[in-house]
Design a protein around this ligand. Structure first.
Ligand code: ASP
Length: 310
């Protein structure tokens, strides 16, 4: 079969600003496979490129939590042939969470969280790295204005934050008063020459998040899904994605024969407009992708997502 890699830069990524990043990642993933790598190698190589690009909310560009300094990241990988699944959640101070997620596959576990995940990475030799980017700092400046009530919330993926009294549940070490003085994920799906599918995903979480908040990305069947019939990666408000078991739901549609672009559009339509959502998907019938943050009614042009194929 024709090897192919699809990537996405997150539900709020804008093609005019970051399409080149999604394309570069897809081409890097394809090269990894043409050099003999598996679909999982391709998907992971693509996500590493996106994690290293500070324009995207993952790895180096990860969002800063509400205290203005903590960065906690989630990532997962899914091999559609072996069914292997590995994930990390709320991991701190590593450059490429997706590479750590991949190593979880070698353990008896599927998900390692928090300090345990960070320490697990260190034992494997992943260096200490504080993901620090101008993009995340600018995003946090906007979060701060929202939290202070100076501007209305145009950055979070859902309006749930506006209805919640978050001040009462403040759980950071740094006090709220000291602090009061944004979202996205990257993902890739791949098919290698043997027709095997895989998916990988990584995120700095949503812009307005408590310490310890975990989204859809490391949760099985939510952020990604890969199997013998295809692969799917999603992005958007994790809490909403989880409740719809979104990646598995899209995969089931692919397995039932739905054409990928149709499956992507059907998935996006499950959510109200206020909830930001993006999806990429591949199957033997083709590929599809798109998001709902934009004016393209077909969803395709509303997100930076790349395709590389031989
Ligand atoms: N889905 C991610 C999360 O909720 C965020 C994103 O895709 O932008 O953590």
């Amino acid at each position: 079969m024709t090897p192919i890699v699809l990537t996405h830069g997150g539900a709020t990524s804008v093609p005019a600003q970051s399409q080149d990043g999604a394309d570069l990642a897809a081409n890097t993933g394809l090269t990894a496979m043409t050099k003999g790598g598996s679909a999982l190698d391709g998907a992971v190589a693509a996500v590493v490129v996106l994690e290293d690009d500070p324009r995207f909310n993952a790895g180096t560009g990860s969002s800063i939590r509400m205290d203005g300094k903590t960065i906690q990241m989630d990532a997962s990988v899914h091999d559609g042939v072996t069914g292997d699944y590995g994930a990390v959640a709320a991991i701190e101070r590593v450059k490429n969470p997706v590479l750590v997620a991949r190593r979880v596959i070698e353990t008896p576990h599927v998900l390692i969280v928090g300090e345990g995940a960070t320490r697990f990475a260190r034992t494997l030799g992943f260096a200490d790295y504080y993901p620090d980017s101008n993009t995340a700092r600018a995003r946090f400046a906007q979060v701060r204005r929202v939290l202070k009530g100076k501007v209305s919330d145009t950055i979070s993926y859902s309006t749930a934050w506006q209805r919640y009294d978050w001040k009462k549940s403040w759980n950071f070490e740094t006090g709220l008063n000291e602090v009061l003085g944004a979202p996205d994920t990257v993902g890739a799906v791949a098919r290698d020459a043997e027709g095997r599918y895989a998916a990988a995903i990584s995120t700095g979480g949503t812009s307005i998040s408590f310490l310890g908040r975990v989204g859809d990305v490391p949760m099985y069947g939510c952020g990604i899904y890969a199997g013998p019939d295809g692969a799917v990666a999603t992005t958007g408000n994790g809490e909403d994605i989880i409740k719809k078991l979104l990646a598995k739901r899209v995969y089931d549609a692919l397995a039932a024969g739905t054409e990928p672009q149709q499956a992507v559009a059907d998935a996006i339509r499950l959510f109200p407009r206020e909830v930001g959502i993006g999806v990429i998907a591949i199957s033997a019938k083709g590929h599809g992708g798109g998001g709902n943050r934009g004016s393209d009614p077909s969803f395709r042009a509303n997100m930076s997502w790349g395709v590389a194929s031989e």
